[in-house]
Design a protein around this ligand. Structure first.
Ligand SMILES: Nc1ncnc2c1ncn2[C@@H]1O[C@H](COP(=O)(O)OP(=O)(O)O)[C@@H](O)[C@H]1O
Ligand SMILES: [Mg+2]
Length: 249
């Protein structure tokens, strides 16, 4: 059985502005299998966001990206981006309407079915009971979970997350990490998660990638530390140090 869900072949990305061109990513090759939780670490400015934006279909690029068997040319509901920004919901729609809206756009009209899907997605992100609330009534972390619920309701095969927890305090961050871990275990969705936090990569990732300053992937390995990962887990300190050295911090 072919479990490959994302294939990046010879991805090169050059930004052109006025009379300067800057090549940020050069000949990136990467294959991701269904259900993996891939954490990408790298120094600021190395091209992490650029990479995930190419996968999302927000950028043009050279090379080829295939997601769920289809060549990526534009954004698609098979690949949903969850942003760091908490204001990615429609403020004038309730939580459940926010989740249902993309399904309606896709042509789903059955109210009962829409309700079932949004209820189910909200249960998965532990927000049952918030159906009728508006985004301004939720905390930043809750809003982000609604954004994840939206992706789950759409049955997105791949969830793309670009430093989604970077702006949060440590406690909220830990809580959301635990919840995201659970969502991943229960839904089997594939996640590509960018972070510059080694602890976060080890807690969440089933696989960890490190990019260097020039945007090359210099480490690509399975995270073999058994979940739940804590700093006391066997292998944590050794792995943390190795990744830290690779990051050149
Ligand atoms: N739209 C753009 N136009 C020109 N240069 C850009 C653009 N977006 C990002 N860059 C440049 O590309 C490099 C990588 O950026 P980015 O992918 O955001 O890095 P990271 O997410 O790893 O911090 C940076 O040098 C940044 O200035
Ligand atoms: Mg970035």
């Amino acid at each position: 059985m072919n479990k490959e869900i994302l294939k990046i072949e010879n991805l090169t990305k050059t930004y052109h502005s006025q009379n300067v061109s800057a090549t940020i990513l050069k000949n990136i090759n990467l294959t991701i299998e269904k259900g993996e939780f891939v954490c990408i670490l790298g120094p600021s400015g190395c091209g992490k966001s650029t990479l995930i934006r190419c996968v999302a279909g927000f950028e043009d690029f050279e090379g080829k990206i295939t997601a769920c068997g289809k060549e990526v040319k534009k954004p698609g509901t098979d690949r949903m981006m969850v942003f760091q920004d908490f204001n990615q919901l429609y403020p004038w729609k309730t939580v459940e309407k926010n989740i249902q809206y993309p399904l309606k756009v896709q042509g789903m009209k059955d109210k009962k079915m829409l309700k079932e899907i949004s209820d189910d997605a909200l249960r998965k992100v532990d927000l049952d009971g918030k159906q009728k609330n508006y985004p301004h009534e939720l905390s930043g972390g809750m809003k982000q979970r609604v954004a994840i619920a939206k992706a789950l309701a759409l049955k997105s095969d791949i969830i793309l997350m670009d430093e989604p927890f970077a702006a949060l305090d440590a406690m909220t961050r830990n809580k959301l990490q635990a919840e995201l871990h659970l969502i991943h275990e229960q839904s089997g969705v594939t996640v590509i998660f960018i972070t510059h936090n080694i602890q976060e990569a080890l807690v969440l990732g089933t696989r960890v990638l490190v990019m260097d300053k020039k945007g090359n992937i210099i480490i690509d390995e399975q995270n073999r530390i058994p979940k739940p990962v804590t700093p006391a887990s066997e292998g944590y300190g050794e792995t943390w140090n190795r990744l830290h050295d690779a990051l050149g911090q």
